[in-house]
Design a protein around this ligand. Structure first.
Ligand code: ADQ
Length: 470
């Protein structure tokens, strides 16, 4: 079996790959350790041109090499802050209204992909299997192919793939799909995303799809598949239980004074439906006065991408909403929404999830949403909380024990909260068992292993003589 090469925008540090049960870094690192190989990508640093060109910096951990490069300010602005996060991210999350398109940024996006690919080539061996992650790196395989690389290359998209009518909003949509067709295997989070890609291929690229997943487009053949990313539920359950009597949990419990707790945890992102969520919680208090003073929403949302203008706006909107709602319903000893702009250690989050009666996860669009899965896994099976989940999270296709809501229906969401707050123990347990069974059936290991098994078994694209690179 050849080595595994993982390429992602950010590379986890060797320390991040250990200890945090279930994190994506742990899942990918597991496969790297088994096969040996390289994890390659951006270090997260903005550096001078001299330093950028000197890389990659290499760090060895057993059979795994961590290889990282810095980006220049211009590359960061055009590739990361620009086309990746101000064009692709909003459009792929159906927010054309928040997207901008600048030709120069798109050119920078392609340039950085080609530059990164060129750097990787020096680290490649003929039998390596290459796994590229996410929307920052769509043109990566095309760049490798143009330099003669014939190894198997797979791509996994962590975010939704939009319906063709939405994708058409990005002027170079055809080039992007042509770039995707340079992979041997494309992995999507849900069947809806896979179908959207197939629809584009057949309706807009004069391509064909046969046997449900064999695509021919732009003169190339590739396969597609659905690989739902998961967690390691039993490890999370252990972690949540182990830390349930730690001081942070006791402090929270004491401060709640017997009130019910609703927990939400997200990156501060407009795709996560935070404003809509706050308003639906306000409606619960407005329509059901018995809950005033008796239920608290804890929203943990650390800022991300705060140098992208749309992210500054969502932060302001949320601060305004939290302040307004708290002004309306607070008492001298009661604040309805506790809004924290902070990153928390995983083990702390899991034990807080276990303490709460509701996990409130309501993105407007989300590839999967691991928080929903983590919330379920962290529950005490003897007295589990209820997951209230948006139908637009990829996780909704699996977690049929959740109360599913439409995040645009504020009253519907407040009614779901009411239902969850009053749900009898037997029903909570039944729903929890259904969700846990789904998590165990399709854990993070299944996601990783099935993608890699399929990638390793796609027929070689060129001469059939084996992989390699010229
Ligand atoms: P994200 O949009 O980041 O991921 P999500 O799937 O929920 O969303 O993953 C977030 C991870 O970060 C979770 O493991 C969560 O516990 C952690 N996290 C969130 N807020 C935190 C906080 N305040 N402190 C500490 N940890 C926090 C993208 C896609 C998703 C897809 C994942 C994985 O947008 O749809 O599920 O990739 O494929």
């Amino acid at each position: 079996m050849g080595r595994l090469i993982v390429v992602s925008n950010r590379v986890a540090t060797p320390t991040e790959t250990k200890g945090s049960a279930g994190g994506l870094a742990v899942g990918v690192f597991g496969a790297l350790k088994d096969a040996g190989g390289v994890w390659f990508g951006w270090s997260g640093d903005v550096v001078s041109e001299t330093v950028a060109n000197a890389g990659p910096a290499l760090e060895q951990d057993g059979a795994v090499t961590f290889a990282t490069v810095g980006l220049t300010r211009k590359d960061y602005d055009q590739y990361y802050r620009g086309f990746s996060n101000a064009t692709l991210w909003p459009v792929f999350h159906y927010r054309n209204d928040l997207a901008r398109y600048e030709r120069e940024e798109y050119a920078g996006y392609r340039r950085v992909n080609a530059w990164l690919a060129h750097k990787l080539i020096k680290l490649l061996e003929p039998d390596d299997v290459i796994w590229i992650h996410d929307y920052h790196l769509i043109p990566f395989a095309e760049a490798l192919r143009s330099e003669g690389v014939t190894n198997r290359i797979g791509f996994f998209l962590h975010i939704p793939f939009p319906a063709p009518q939405i994708l058409l909003n990005i002027p170079p949509h055809e080039e992007l799909v042509k770039s995707l067709s340079c992979y041997d295997l494309l992995g999507f989070q849900t069947a809806t995303d896979q179908q959207a890609f197939h629809d584009y291929v057949t309706r807009h690229a004069r391509g064909t799809v046969s046997n449900g997943n064999q695509v021919e487009a732009f003169g190339r053949k590739l396969r597609t598949g659905v690989y739902r990313i998961g967690v390691f539920p039993d490890e999370i359950a252990d972690q949540a239980k182990r830390y349930e009597s730690r001081q942070h949990v006791l402090d929270l419990k004491q401060s709640l004074e017997g009130r019910k707790l609703i927990m939400s945890v997200d990156r501060l992102d407009y795709s996560k439906g935070l404003v809509e969520r706050f308003r639906s919680f306000e409606l619960l208090l407005e329509r059901s006065p018995e809950w005033r003073g008796n239920v608290t929403l804890v929203q943990i949302a650390p800022p991300t991408r705060s140098d992208v203008a749309t992210y500054q706006k969502i932060r302001q909107d949320l601060e305004y909403e939290a302040g307004r709602i708290n002004g309306r319903y607070s008492g001298l000893d009661y604040t309805p929404i506790r809004y924290l702009n902070q990153q928390y250690d995983r083990w702390k989050l899991m034990s807080l999830f276990r303490e709460s009666q509701i996990g409130f996860v309501t993105p407007l669009h989300d590839g999967m949403n691991l928080v929903a899965k983590e919330y379920v896994a962290a529950q005490n099976p003897d007295d589990p909380g209820v997951l209230v989940l948006s139908i637009f999270a990829g996780a909704a296709a699996e977690l049929s024990g959740a109360l599913l809501v439409n995040p645009h229906d504020a009253i519907g969401m407040s009614e779901a909260l009411q239902q969850a707050l009053q749900m009898p123990l037997a029903e909570r347990q039944r729903r929890h068992e259904i969700n846990m069974a789904a998590l165990r059936k399709n854990d993070l290991g299944v996601w990783r292993d099935s993608f890699l098994r399929d990638l390793r078994s796609v027929p070689l694209r060129n001469t059939g003589e084996g992989g390699g690179h010229k």
